[in-house]
Write a protein that binds this ligand. Structure first.
Ligand code: ATP
Ligand code: ZN
Length: 290
């Protein structure tokens, strides 16, 4: 009897209980709006999977996930996936777990390489039309681990004028960053290429048989920062961080913004920069008139 009563309470409370985490914060008055947002996540590995779980537990409206890989036993030193899921595609395994946690979230899962021709076109299409009520998604989050995939997301977002956040954990797992990219307003990924790529260390470390270090701690922390910044950006509370750098050895944090590079190699970035300075100029004129 008591059991039945309890399960009825859980069922009746269903859509709201998952939003309690945000409600109890007090600061977020419009927490219910989270149900209306769609976030597209590329890379459901050490960072992306935990990020998706956090957004699912916060009651996000819709998640669109991309990853081309399968769950392996080697992934068990990270959070989220379980040994029973070995062999499944990461997106399919993630979809099952996330729907089990919160069946109210709409989930689309694509087991695709976003750098392939078909993968890229589909990504563009989903970015433009994937939102709950069709139209563009609210935010794109990059949780990939290589340069080519980041450049692909960058070029798609510059083309579509889509706001996105990038994340990365260093190969020794001792530093990490998250970065908000607003086309034309902040540096894009091609405006300021990271040091690891300039030194070509990423390719060396990614060669066959060499396993990059990875810690569930650093990856979990990074996913937490990314999810927090996503909530701030979508719900409009606090200050959305532009670039947050984390050094695990010293527990040192950097927080700054990078301006767009007027010599960026991405022509859509230059186009967005031009449009943005024109917008700023018109705003200034308008203010002077008032
Ligand atoms: P490791 O490289 O240490 O073996 P990993 O490959 O699981 O681990 P993570 O950093 O945990 O890497 O996660 C990055 C995720 O991004 C991976 O799941 C990977 O499959 C995904 N990814 C990378 N490039 C692409 C791409 N072009 N298209 C789709 N998914 C991608
Ligand atoms: Zn740029």
């Amino acid at each position: 009897m008591q059991d039945r009563q309890m399960s009825e309470e859980v069922r009746n409370d269903n859509p709201y209980s998952r939003l309690m985490a945000l409600k109890r914060m007090g600061i977020v008055q419009n927490y219910q709006q989270i149900k209306e947002f769609t976030v597209l996540v590329v890379g459901v590995g050490g960072v992306g999977s935990v990020l998706c779980e956090m957004l699912t537990r916060c009651g996000i409206g819709k998640l669109i996930m991309y990853d081309y890989d399968k769950v392996e036993l080697a992934n068990m030193n990270r959070l989220f996936f379980t040994p029973q899921q070995v062999g499944l595609s990461k997106v399919e395994a993630a979809k099952q777990t996330l729907l089990n946690i919160n069946p109210d979230v709409v989930i689309e899962a694509y087991n695709e390489n976003i750098t392939s021709g078909t993968g890229f076109n589909q990504l563009l299409e989903r970015m433009q039309n994937g939102a709950l009520k069709e139209g563009p998604v609210n935010l794109v989050l990059s949780c990939v681990d290589n340069y080519a995939a980041r450049m692909t997301i960058n070029s798609a977002c510059n083309e579509l004028d889509q706001v996105w956040m990038e994340s990365g954990v260093s190969e020794d797992a001792m530093s990490a960053h998250i970065q908000l990219m607003i086309p034309g307003e902040t540096a894009c990924f091609a405006c300021a290429v990271p040091v690891a790529v300039v030194e070509n260390t990423e390719q060396q470390i990614k060669r066959e048989g060499v396993c990059a270090a990875s810690l569930p701690t650093t990856m979990g922390i990074t996913a937490g920062f990314l999810a927090q910044n996503t909530l701030k950006y979508l719900l409009g509370f606090g200050q959305t961080t532009f670039l947050l750098g984390y050094n695990a050895l010293a527990d040192f944090f950097q927080n700054y913004a990078i301006m767009p590079n007027p010599e960026c190699k991405d022509h859509n970035c230059l186009k967005r920069q031009k449009l943005n300075s024109e917008k700023l100029r018109l705003n200034k004129l308008q203010k002077r008139k008032e």
